[in-house]
Design a protein around this ligand. Structure first.
Ligand SMILES: [Zn+2]
Ligand SMILES: [Zn+2]
Length: 348
């Protein structure tokens, strides 16, 4: 099969390779990939800023059709439409696994950087990571199930947003926009902030219902926050960019006794004003990945039409156009790029 492979560590080192077709283990299903989304983590991997085990097929946001099942698989059969989550492999025995939070498993192995992922025609994944797709949820919508589940986990499972709250989302990527949409569903007013390079993404946030959007290179985000909160500050602040400058905005914007929710991941240790937690008596809720229930809820939101995930897709490209796909994902000229392994390169 064709696959986008990171061939060795460091920056770049990518190629569209002929790669062996995967064979499902007893507890795995083999999926023909319908779509695989490109996310910020992929960019970190490509830049060599994220642990990975090359040679490895990239891609960890995906959906597809079951083509084969391992012999102990019970709930899936060929032809089923499926969306699946990472972590691909976990120990199943530790506290976190038993408590239903496999992302916290110390032995967690993720598809798309530690083992082969979804920028390929086929992928094998454990049955327990899969979810059936309702008929009215398209593959294009399901391709965004992963960032949607990250946002569901942050807004609905790690924190509680109340009607009337003011929320600031710093970082208008896919997770940031879904965070805004879910906070809106919960009844909050939401301001989304970004930088000059996020122009298109801020526009998308505005079109999708943000109460205000702020380009922090031109305007003071605190001005909007004050205006919407009678000077008090935001009740909850979701840091979805994973850059220190964004965190600085969050410390200032959050109200005293408010909550800061770090969702973005920094490329390494950062310098920040940690005293703000003490002196503003803040609550800090880290949110990493998702759990089973986040996906069940995401799929319900999609099937009930409460989230129009497809609206975030700006580009659909074949595997062969991976260089363009990664460039656009990085330079802000795309909202969300999805790869379609069935699309012919010449058809692009
Ligand atoms: Zn991702
Ligand atoms: Zn475990």
């Amino acid at each position: 099969m064709k696959a986008i492979v990171k061939t060795s560590a460091g920056e770049g080192q990518l190629e569209l390779a002929d790669w062996p077709d995967p064979r499902p283990a007893a507890d795995e299903i083999k999926l023909q990939i319908a779509y695989a989304g490109i996310c910020g983590t992929d960019i970190h991997i490509i830049k060599g800023e994220w642990p990975c085990k090359p040679p490895v097929v990239l891609g960890h946001e995906f959906c597809g059709t079951v083509v084969e099942t391992g012999k102990s698989v019970r709930n899936y059969k060929p032809g089923d439409r499926v969306v699946a989550s990472n972590p691909a492999q976990t120990c199943g025995r530790c506290h976190s696994c038993r408590a239903g939070n496999p992302f916290m498993c110390p032995e967690r192995v993720s598809a798309g950087y530690m083992i082969d992922g979804a920028f390929a025609e086929y992928l094998c994944i454990r049955e327990e990571r899969c979810h059936h797709l309702p008929d009215n949820v398209s593959y294009r919508q399901a391709a965004l199930g992963e960032p949607l589940s990250v946002a569901v986990h942050a807004v609905m499972e790690r924190t509680t947003v109340h009607a009337g709250d003011l929320v600031l989302v710093s970082g208008p990527g896919c997770v940031g926009i879904f965070t805004m949409l879910i906070a809106k569903l919960e009844g909050a007013r939401v301001i989304v902030s970004g930088t000059a390079k996020d122009q298109q993404r801020l526009e998308c946030a505005r079109e999708m219902g943000a109460d205000a959007v702020v380009d922090i290179s031109k305007e003071d985000p605190l001005e909007a926050v004050r205006q919407y909160s009678n000077g008090a500050g935001a009740d909850l602040v979701y840091e979805c960019a994973g850059v220190p400058q964004s965190l600085d905005v969050c410390w200032e914007a959050v109200k005293r006794e408010g909550a800061l929710v770090p969702v973005g991941i920094y490329p390494g240790p950062i310098k920040t004003d940690f005293n703000k937690i003490t002196m503003k008596e803040l609550s800090v809720f880290g949110s990493f990945g998702y759990v089973w229930t986040s996906w069940q809820r995401s799929i319900r939101l999609l099937t009930e039409g409460k989230i129009e995930a497809e609206a975030l897709i700006s580009h659909e490209l074949p595997l062969g156009s991976y260089e363009e796909a990664f460039r656009r994902s990085q330079d802000g000229s795309a909202m969300k790029v999805i790869l379609n392994p069935k699309m012919n390169h010449s058809a692009s």
